[in-house]
Write a protein that binds this ligand. Structure first.
Ligand code: ARG
Length: 461
């Protein structure tokens, strides 16, 4: 049998392979609510503009509500032969209310229909990501306030560089996720225009009211160009780009958690709730949640790449290629949401081992910069000379296999005779972090202030 929706000029039905490559119902059924909302807004507008009778519109709305509850309760029979969610719903509407169902598609095409449905879905998903990012930021800022004064090694090149506080380190991620949130909100603002009424590509000769449908669906305004309205997928690509940056940040934090909870570092303990064991090695507790957050990043980038490549060669306006946007976006954005939830759980449960962090902070000559700064501040040495003198003292420590503060005053004076006992006051890690009071620096006072600023900001949501 040829297709009931568009089969007028077709003598034969599709080949089985055609049906398989063409059907999207297996995944686009996910946007059934959005499709029904869009159809209801459309038909109410058609009635308002006297394009359909209010009697028919009422029947259509009632039928759509019935379909909504059928799908909600799992009692809807989806059919691959009907290609996609739009035709599945319309066919069922015809079964339920008869010929009036055929009036719903007046002044509309599946091209503007799907663009509208998908925008509604992406918008909702962006709102969820926005909230989830705020939750993660709160969890990080709370931990940061609690551990504002606990010293850990700060690294560059993954080599001990200078001591920082654990709170400071966590707040660095709060800054990253705040930027991610900004991007999510920005994308939402830009995408909130309604393509419905663009019809197939050129608009319609019916006297529709696009402002009315846009408003009913919570959009700020209708899209201004019908060709763009049906062929734009920027909105989902931008959402995936924002998600990709979020995933990159999540992955860096996940990587740090994996390193921190190794026996060799031992900086943090992960809760049992976010770890797994080994089937052969009884002693193991593995940071699987962190590893999977790190891994999801690949999928999320993959979906962004897939959509960018899929779109790049398409002439205006709609091409069926664009049907491939949904599976990728569903997967990429669901992965982002899951990764955010897992990371928030891990951060909430994370137990820093402050003793181990402090011990590590003192190794690796991490206060060498403090020594150089002391030479500048107290002896008035130019920084470059101070750097050189400090380097020579570090070399003595390396030679003897001892920490910097264990080098004797006499040995230091061999390098620079003007050094006094007072120098030892800057060589402890606590003194080092406390001295870094510059704006944005790691001093516990500044970290506490920043953590509280974030918590206050986040409590406004
Ligand atoms: N399932 C299609 C999609 O997701 C709906 C639009 C179909 N439009 C068309 N002209 N064939 O893109």
């Amino acid at each position: 049998m040829s297709n009931r929706m568009w089969g007028g000029r077709f003598a034969e039905g599709p080949d089985a392979i055609m049906e398989e490559i063409n059907a999207s119902i297996d995944y686009d059924r996910k946007i059934y609510k959005q499709d029904i909302d869009g159809s209801k807004a459309h038909v109410r507008m058609l009635a308002d503009r006297n394009i359909v009778t209010s009697d028919d519109a009422d029947k259509i709305v009632q039928g759509l509500d019935t379909i909504l509850s059928e799908i909600d309760s799992g009692n809807f029979k989806f059919s691959r032969a009907l290609e996609d969610i739009h035709m599945n719903i319309e066919a069922r509407l015809a079964e339920l209310i008869g010929p009036a169902a055929g009036r719903l598609h007046t002044a509309r095409s599946r091209n503007d229909q799907v663009a509208t449905d998908f925008r509604l879905w992406v918008r909702e998903t962006l709102d969820t990501l926005d909230l989830q990012l705020a939750e993660l930021m709160s969890a990080l800022a709370e931990k940061a306030e609690a551990y504002a004064g606990d010293v850990m090694p700060g690294f560059t090149h993954l080599q001990s560089a200078q001591p920082v506080t654990f709170g400071h380190h966590l707040l660095a991620y709060v800054e990253m996720f705040a930027r991610d949130r900004g991007r999510v909100r920005d994308a939402r603002k830009r995408m909130n225009e309604c393509p419905l009424g663009s019809a197939a590509l050129a608009g319609t000769s019916f006297p529709i009211d696009r402002k009315m449908t846009a408003e009913a669906l919570g959009f700020d305004r209708p899209t201004a160009n019908s060709l763009d309205g049906v062929s734009d997928r920027d909105f989902v690509i931008e959402a995936l780009a924002a998600a990709s940056l979020t995933a990159m940040h999540l992955s860096r934090l996940a990587e740090e958690i994996v390193v921190w909870c190794s026996a060799q570092f031992g900086f943090v303990k992960l809760s049992d709730k976010f770890s797994t064991g080994s089937s052969i090695m009884p002693q193991k507790k593995n940071p699987d949640a962190a590893e999977l957050v790190r891994a999801k990043t690949g999928r999320i980038y993959g979906s962004l790449q897939a959509l960018l490549v899929m779109m790049k060669g398409l002439p205006l306006a709609y091409s069926k290629d664009m049907q491939e946007d949904k599976e990728q976006a569903f997967d990429g954005l669901a992965s982002t949401s899951l990764a955010l939830a897992a990371m928030t759980g891990m951060v909430k449960d994370l137990e820093p081992v402050t003793k181990a962090m402090k011990k590590a902070a003192g190794s690796g000559y991490s206060t060498a910069t403090d020594l150089a700064d002391w030479l500048v501040r107290v002896l008035g040495m130019p920084f470059r000379d101070a750097h050189h003198v400090t380097g020579a003292i570090v070399a003595i420590a390396v030679d003897r296999g001892i920490e910097l503060h264990k080098v004797s005053l006499a040995e230091m004076q061999d390098v620079e005779p003007k050094i006094t006992q007072e120098v030892f006051s800057v060589l402890s890690v606590d003194k080092s972090v406390r001295s870094r009071t510059s704006y944005g620096g790691t001093s516990p006072v500044s970290v506490r202030k920043q953590a509280r600023r974030w918590l206050k900001e986040l409590s406004k949501i």
